[in-house]
Design a protein around this ligand. Structure first.
Ligand code: CP
Length: 304
């Protein structure tokens, strides 16, 4: 079963294969569905980018999209996640895309659901398709990951993006550094070295800013937020000290003027909107991997 649940469950070779397929989709490759194939998108937590780029990816692959809304579903009558997913499987969905507020919600489904589950983000746990689109954006820029210095900056402790990326980048040969308010350091994440943001800024190739996760914070966050931009954000002064050729990533949504100065969101180094475009290609690639029986091979003749 080709689930996509965490980055750690993908081998380096599988990551490289997904990136290669995504690059081909970016160049205009298409696949032909063998018949009507339904995919259900279940978002129990808010999303703009992941939800709509999955939907665009599905439609570009010729898939039939079932959009599930927790607010208007039988979840309101107490139906469990398992029964909801089993129902969608029973009525013909061939894969489910799930975003859920619970860390590792998929553990209760694994082994019991016979269609691929594509994790679109679980609580503070994992966000594998965000990691893959970040990797694609870095690869497009630098060609490979070996020897790159990547700083992941901000709310490390609550970030599923930090967790997914730090491990994957390390396995691909990059050096990962973290810069974070002390309270938001993550003692569980051993795939990076903590350093001061101001020391990292002139040395790094990739600056990966994280969104401040207001919805997951406790009362101590108020103190951190008072001078967050000056202490931990990308100010105009810090951007001027970045290395030539280095790039800025942010998974978005961006808190403008907090993680990054408003004027820098679309500056020459920023790849923030490129990341969003790449999200479609990466999600096409992971759907192709999950639905290899339902989708034909990539048609290279149709490359534009
Ligand atoms: N980056 C990301 O996951 O954005 P959404 O929450 O809008 O999907």
């Amino acid at each position: 079963m080709n689930h996509l649940l965490t980055m750690s469950e993908l081998s380096v070779q599988e990551i490289q294969e997904i990136l290669k397929d995504a690059e081909e989709f970016a160049c205009g490759s298409v696949v032909q569905p063998k018949g009507k194939t339904f995919v259900a998108n279940l978002f129990f937590e808010a999303s703009t980018r992941t939800r709509f780029s999955f939907e665009v990816a599905e439609k570009r692959l010729g898939l039939e999209v079932l959009n599930f809304s927790a607010e208007s579903s039988s979840v309101q009558k107490g139906e469990t996640l398992y029964d909801t997913v089993k129902t969608l499987q029973s009525i013909g969905a061939k894969a489910v895309v799930i975003r859920h507020q619970e860390d590792r919600y998929f553990d209760e489904l694994r082994g019991k659901i016979n269609i691929p589950i594509l994790n679109a983000g679980d609580g503070c746990g994992n966000h594998p398709t965000q990691s893959l689109l970040d990797l694609l954006t870095i690869k497009q820029e630098f060609g490979s990951f070996e020897g790159l210095k990547v700083a992941i900056v901000g709310d490390i402790r609550h970030s599923r993006v930090a967790r997914s990326n730090a491990e994957a980048l390390t396995r691909l040969g990059a050096s990962v550094f973290f810069a974070s308010p002390k309270e938001w350091e993550d003692g569980q994440n051993s795939f990076g070295t903590y350093a001061s943001l101001d020391e990292l800024i002139p040395q790094i190739d990739v600056l990966m800013l994280l969104r401040v996760q207001h919805e997951r914070h406790d009362k101590f966050a108020e103190n951190i937020m008072r001078d967050y931009h000056e202490q931990h954000g990308l100010t105009i002064e810090r951007e001027k000290r970045m290395k030539s050729g280095s790039i800025i990533l942010h998974p978005a949504p961006v808190n403008r003027g907090v993680e990054i100065a408003d004027e820098l969101v679309e500056c020459g180094r920023s790849r923030i909107f490129k990341q969003m475009e790449n999200g479609v290609y990466v999600r096409m690639a992971v759907l192709k991997r999950a639905l290899s029986a339902e989708l034909g091979g990539v048609n290279h003749e149709l490359l534009v």
